[in-house]
Design a protein around this ligand. Structure first.
Ligand code: PLP
Length: 395
């Protein structure tokens, strides 16, 4: 055995996405103690940068020391108590996971289900809320990564307010990729991940809670089923907005990964959040022009497409896995397979964070054209390159 040196890849799947060299450099800096005063200052900066990317003043805005799924559990385990009614919107894999997690927190679940490839139906959610005034939480996925669909988070949060519910939002794929405004939209609890549009290393989950949510957590009657994710304990380490409060050990923070998170958040801040949203929209448009020129069909309607995750139909007769293997072998390019009901008939092309660039759009379309031709699907890579060029010059 010898040291592991990963191959160099272009990551255009559903995450992780390409991590910028300066983020990797930050990760490699010397480890210091998780209660070192210098580290505590870094923690405070991370919280303030997270408030920026979430567009919130929420004091309880921290990174959970585990991947996006742990952020999901943090929200449900802390807010939902046994017997609480939770309305979960399901239009793909991750909405289904929310239901599972809410159940494990002891929630009594009602769900509104939509077809794969469709957005959450706001009208159906309103009907469900009208039917049961005891519903306490409305949970939905803003950017459903399994299908590439964006739901109307603002409208759903409005409904939650109108029917006196707290809303729990999955923003793992939306944060820093599409418009998201926690305070303006009135989101009560939100979680994300570092490995999608933040382009940081995987394994951390930023979360944020409104004052109303914090009050509910403080007033819990039932002991939290999770010790590790119990925010009442975690707050002793991260502080609840009070920078002067003494920090106590709860668990050892992933010190180096947090250096990386700080750097990746700084990159978003330097670019500007709205500029980052616009960049995702711009390269998405060019990618779609290239794909359509190759004769490939987009599976999601234009008005609800996620720019950072493009779900496309696998052309008839083409071997799903063989094409993805050839893209990886010949071009070092990773794209995503279909998930759940889309497995075997869709590919998912990510344009997330640092991977969302013109050179990746060009490389992806050229590689796809070459490999599809090898597999007997005739298409013109040069014409697609012109379509991309036109899409950029139109902008
Ligand atoms: C990736 C993803 C998750 C899970 O994040 P992990 O970091 O893989 O645990 C949850 N929700 C959505 C919408 C995702 O895309």
């Amino acid at each position: 055995m010898q040291s592991f040196n990963p191959p160099s890849r272009i990551l255009m799947g559903p995450g992780p996405s390409d991590v910028a060299p300066r983020v990797l450099e930050a990760l490699a800096r010397p480890t210091i103690g998780h209660l070192d005063p210098a580290f505590v200052s870094l923690m405070d900066e991370i919280k303030s940068l997270l408030q920026y990317v979430f567009q919130t003043e929420n004091r309880l805005t921290i990174p959970v020391s585990a991947p996006g799924s742990a952020g999901m559990e943090t929200c449900f385990m802390n807010l939902v108590q046994p017997g609480d009614k939770v309305l979960v919107c399901i239009n793909g894999v991750f909405g289904g996971r929310m239901r599972e997690v809410a159940k494990r927190a002891g929630g009594v679940i009602t769900s509104v289900e939509n077809e794969w490839g469709e957005a959450v139906d706001v009208g159906a959610v309103e009907k469900a809320l009208q039917q049961d005034p005891d519903i306490k939480f409305l949970a939905f996925v803003h950017a459903e990564t399994s299908t590439g669909v964006r739901s109307d988070a603002r409208a759903l949060c409005n409904l939650a307010k109108q029917y006196d519910c707290l809303c729990i939002v999955d923003a793992v794929t939306s944060l820093a990729g599409v418009e998201l405004r926690v305070d303006e939209w009135g989101i009560d609890a939100i979680y994300s991940g570092t490995q999608k549009c933040l382009s940081c290393v995987p394994g951390i989950s930023p979360v944020s809670f409104s004052e109303r949510a914090v009050e509910l957590i403080q007033a819990r009657e039932h002991l939290n089923f999770s010790w590790f994710l119990d925010l009442k304990l975690v707050m002793d380490y991260w502080g609840n907005g009070d920078t002067k409060a003494k920090r106590a050990y709860h668990h050892t923070a992933p010190v180096n990964s947090l250096y990386a998170l700080h750097e990746s958040l700084l990159m978003v801040k330097e670019e500007g959040l709205e500029e980052a949203w616009a960049r995702h929209a711009q390269h998405h448009k060019a990618l779609v022009a290239g794909l359509e020129s190759l004769g490939i069909k987009m599976l999601v309607d234009q008005d609800i497409r996620l720019p950072e995750l493009n779900t496309i139909a696998i052309p008839e007769g083409i071997d799903d896995a063989a094409v993805r293997t050839d893209l990886l072998k010949q071009f070092d390019l990773e794209i995503g397979a279909g998930l759940g009901k889309f497995a075997g008939n869709a590919w998912r092309i990510g344009l997330m964070g640092s991977a969302c660039t013109r050179s990746n759009v060009d490389a992806c379309i050229a590689a796809l054209a070459a490999v599809l031709n090898q597999h007997g699907y005739a298409c013109d890579g040069d014409a697609a390159a012109v379509a991309i060029e036109n899409a950029y010059s139109d902008a």
